[in-house]
Every structure is written in C-alpha cells, then in structure tokens.
Design a protein around this ligand. Structure first.
Ligand SMILES: Cc1cc2nc3c(=O)[nH]c(=O)nc-3n(C[C@H](O)[C@H](O)[C@H](O)COP(=O)(O)O)c2cc1C
Length: 223
C-alpha cells in the first residue's frame, strides 16, 4: 500500500500544516501503508506555462521536480494533499502542482486512487480550502475518504492540539482502510463520471493536436 503525501507549506514539517499531516501519515503507516512525502518547500515545482506540450507528448516541458511527483502519484494507491489556507485557497506551491497535473487530468490517469486532505488556517476558515482540494482529487478520478482542518492556534498550543491530532490519526487510518478494502463512495460517482465524460469529449475533439492523450485513452480501450 503506497501513499504519496504532498505538503504545500513553506514551513515544511515544522509548520502547523506539517504537524497535522504528520498525524495522518503516522496512523496510515501504523495501518500498513508506506508513505512518501514531498515537501514543496524543499523541491521546485514551477507554474504551468500552458504550452500544451504535455497534451501532445505526455511529458512536461518544464524541467524540475514535478516529474518525480507525477510519477509517484501515478504509482501510488493514495494521495494526501496538505496546504495552509492562503487567501482562501491553497498555497501557490500547491497550486503549481495542481496546474501541472493538467495532463494526468485530461488522461484521468489517477482513476480509482484514494485521497485525503489536510488544511490549517489562521482563522476558522479551513473548510473552503478542504473543499477545493477534495474537488481537485475527485475531478482527477480519486475517491476521497475525508479531510482534517485546524486553526493554527489549535496546533501551536500543546494543550489544545490533542483533539486535532486524534482527528488526523483517524483520517490516516480511514485512508489506509479504504485502500485495503477498495472502498467505493456512491455519492462521489456523479462528479467523477461527469468529469470523465467531459475529458473524453475534450480529448476526442482535440485528437489531431493532443496526440498523446488521444492515444492514451485509446490504449486503455476507453474510446
Ligand atoms: C500569504 C498568507 C495568506 C494567508 N491567508 C489566510 C486566509 O485567507 N485565511 C486564514 O484563515 N489564514 C490565512 N493565513 C494563515 C495561514 O493559513 C496559517 O498561519 C497556517 O496555519 C500556516 O500554516 P503553516 O504553519 O503550515 O505554514 C495566511 C498566511 C499567509 C502567509
């Protein structure tokens, strides 16, 4: 059972998002998962250039660490996305990863994986970012098992952090269990299905230009 965790905070594992993520990771590991963590504070993922090279060739034109993250995500059974709330969205570091996933999104290359999200915020505003990251995972074709959010203060205060760390631990266990039991979530099928159909039409419409993606869909017998 392989899980990839991606942390979008510039503070890495020393920040509040990192502390909450650590709780998810250790319980997933205790449940038998092997977790590979990418700290976007330590590696480079530049913003998408919208050059369309990935759609035509399957390879991104930007030479940085995204290639390794993409390969790990595609090989994984589960994906944990962790970001602080930056102006009611994810950090720019995390958004760069999402945008660079445009090729795998068109290919629906992450279908059937399992995802979870982790968010911290200065105020009580984690939910909107959790919803956004859950939405990202679902349009990628993943089943989402849940999310954990906290105010920074709830993590920084040693006495107050126990309930949030427990929630993080529950999420890690739930993610590992979902992977092991190959759980499905009927409530998520409509979103996945409608995005899949949209990508199918798009890839078919652009088949002469976005050669790689059309061939990818064909090779899987989806077209
Ligand atoms: C650029 C920036 C934007 C932020 N925007 C928000 C915001 O819109 N809402 C909020 O509640 N907190 C906001 N915060 C606070 C962070 O979400 C909060 O401090 C978070 O816990 C930091 O996580 P970290 O310790 O992992 O870096 C912002 C912080 C920064 C640096």
């Amino acid at each position: 059972m392989n899980i990839v965790a991606i942390l979008g905070s510039p503070h890495g594992m020393k920040g509040t998002t990192g502390a909450l993520l650590a709780g998810v990771i250790s319980s997933a590991e205790a449940a038998g998962a092997e977790v590979k963590t990418f700290l976007l504070s330590k590696i480079t993922v530049k913003p998408c250039l919208a050059c369309d090279v990935c759609h035509r060739t399957g390879e991104c034109s930007i030479k940085d660490d995204f290639k390794t993250i993409k390969a790990a995500m595609i090989a994984a059974d589960g994906i944990i996305l962790a970001s602080p709330n930056y102006i009611t969205s994810v950090s720019a570091q995390m958004k760069a990863v999402f945008d660079r996933c445009c090729g795998p999104l068109h290919c629906q290359a992450m279908q059937g994986k399992y995802g979870a999200t982790v968010v911290t915020s200065g105020g009580a505003e984690s939910k909107v970012v959790e919803k956004y990251m859950i939405g990202f995972l679902q349009i990628m074709g993943c089943w989402t098992v849940g999310s954990v959010g906290a105010e920074a203060q709830q993590i920084m205060d040693e006495k107050a952090r126990a309930p949030k760390l427990k929630a993080a631990a529950r999420l890690g266990t739930r993610l590992a269990k979902a992977i092991r039991e190959k759980k499905t979530y009927p409530g998520q099928v409509a979103v996945q299905r409608s995005f899949y159909e949209r990508m199918k039409s798009l890839v078919t419409m652009r088949k002469d230009d976005w050669n790689y993606e059309y061939k990818y869909w064909k090779s899987l017998g989806r077209l």
